[in-house]
Design a protein around this ligand. Structure first.
Ligand SMILES: *Cc1c(COP(=O)(O)O)cnc(C)c1O
Length: 469
């Protein structure tokens, strides 16, 4: 075995190779050493698998490895340099795909951002007075204008927002929540657990399917800090149900602090576009909710954030909490939120400029035309039409991200299968591309749903399929 180890070329020897030396000198010596290490370690592991001093099979394998040694090192070298965080093409038809980064921001917003963020910014600097400002100033007046709230701030995400609100306004006191609203959102966000972690005490009222106003009333005591309403954004309770609206709670229990976790944070009325009505942030404020929180990267279509709005006296208290410092947003989020909210003021362009809203409201006919064009292009390629079976079909796209769970959006897509290749292999090959294409498998075929594919991505998909043909 020792003998085999000895025939692995030493680093110095390998660096005598012209190509490897060039890469090491002109890009990064550290990386070259890592690449050499990784490849030679693989060979060491291979030798260790054979516990003998001599073996024909091992020798054959080693010979093969040595033959491609330099190419393998070069490949590793570039792999280390290429980012793991990639642009991907979302062909799943799920618009707010949590694993694919939820709301896409769109190129226009990013262009504006890159100009602003390359250098210094006035993140916490009041240009009028020349004194320290607040990092929420950029967007807080906008969100107040849009929603009718008195004050606003934003933290890292909505989970942090809920935690912070409860910790500030209900620590060591009781918070009343309906049993129908003790939800779990993906990624371990569970209302009872977050509540406990914030230091508040949970008082459950009502039942899973029915909670009445009198249930809330009976639960109130000296110890009550607030009633918390949670939008059951990722499931529906249907059938024999009853739920008390925030408006009714506020009208009847004026003295009690009312907090609402809206989850998705939609600012427009989706029922205008044929979807189910999702409670808007504006309605929450209008109903008299004292503090409302929601995500920035769900139906709002912006950056990851937890936006907290409501009555000024409570928002001011929250801003003073030490935890706010721990959860605070950075300049990227602050700038992006402002840019996204500015789009909401240009009402006629709104749907065009916020990708999430554009994809949700895009007509079925429009998706169908895009799909048809794509299929025509595929059929015109001899290579593709020879090796792929192509079918156009109706699909059900969905909003995802725990929003409007029972709402399917009529959509259109393409089913692909390749001769002599399993659908799993095809799916994997598309996933391994330089720009990965993430698709679904349906009926043992690959489905590309066109609702979530951007027009400028189509050429890349076609040329990738050509390579696979
Ligand atoms: C999504 C969601 C959350 C968590 O929001 P994040 O921004 O992902 O932290 C909390 N509450 C509700 C009701 C939600 O829908």
């Amino acid at each position: 075995m020792e003998n085999y180890f000895r025939i692995i070329p030493k680093v110095d020897k390998l660096l005598e190779d012209e190509r490897l030396a060039f890469l090491s000198k002109n890009y990064s010596r550290t990386n070259m050493l890592s690449a050499i290490n990784e490849v030679t370690n693989e060979i060491r592991e291979l030798i260790k698998e054979y516990n003998l001093s001599e073996d024909r099979e091992l020798e054959k394998k080693l010979q093969a490895r040595f033959q491609t040694l330099k190419e393998d090192i070069e490949e590793k070298f570039f792999k280390i340099l290429s980012p793991n965080f990639k642009k991907v093409i979302n062909a799943t038809g799920t618009i707010l795909h949590t694993n694919l980064g939820r709301a896409p921001l769109g190129k226009d917003i990013l262009k504006k951002l890159s100009d602003k963020l390359a250098g210094y910014t006035n993140l916490e600097y009041d240009l009028k007075s020349g004194k320290r400002g607040e990092r929420y100033d950029a967007f807080s007046s906008l969100i107040c204008k849009i929603t009718g709230a008195e004050a606003a701030l934003a933290v890292n995400n909505n989970a942090a927002a809920v935690m912070l609100i409860l910790n500030t306004l209900a620590k060591d006191k009781e918070v009343v929540v309906s049993r129908g609203e003790l939800v779990e959102i993906g990624g371990k966000f569970r209302v009872p657990d977050v509540l406990r972690a914030s230091g508040a005490k949970l008082v459950e009222v009502g039942t899973t399917n029915k909670t009445h106003l009198r249930d809330y009333k009976e639960a109130l005591s000296e110890e009550t800090a607030a009633i918390l309403k949670v939008h059951t954004s990722n499931y529906d309770i249907i059938g024999f149900t009853e739920n008390v609206e925030t408006k009714e709670i506020k009208e009847n229990l004026k003295e009690t602090l009312l907090i609402e976790d809206l989850g998705s944070g939609v600012l427009i009325d989706l029922s205008k576009y044929g979807l189910k009505h999702e409670p808007t942030v504006q309605e929450s404020i209008k109903n008299g909710v004292d503090v409302v929180c929601f995500s920035g990267d769900k139906l709002l279509g912006g950056p990851q954030a937890g936006i907290i709005i409501g009555k000024k006296e409570y928002i001011d208290k929250i801003k003073k909490n030490q935890l706010t410092r721990a959860f605070r947003i950075d300049k990227f989020t602050s700038a992006t939120l402002e840019l996204i909210l500015l789009e909401y003021l240009k009402e006629d362009k709104l749907l065009e400029n916020i990708p999430v809203l554009k994809m949700i409201t895009r007509s079925y006919e429009d998706v169908k035309i895009a799909t048809k064009k794509f299929v025509n292009k595929l059929r015109r390629s001899d290579k593709i039409s020879e090796s792929f079976k192509i079918e156009e079909i109706d699909t059900d796209a969905q909003i995802g991200g725990g929003s409007l769970p029972s709402e399917l959006i009529r959509s259109r897509g393409v089913l692909l299968s390749r001769k002599n290749m399993s659908v799993n292999t095809l799916e994997e090959k598309l996933r391994q591309l330089e720009i990965p294409i993430v698709a679904r498998i349906v009926d043992n075929k690959l489905l590309l749903d066109f609702r979530t594919i951007f027009n400028e991505e189509i050429a890349y998909i076609i040329s990738s399929l050509e390579d696979l043909a």
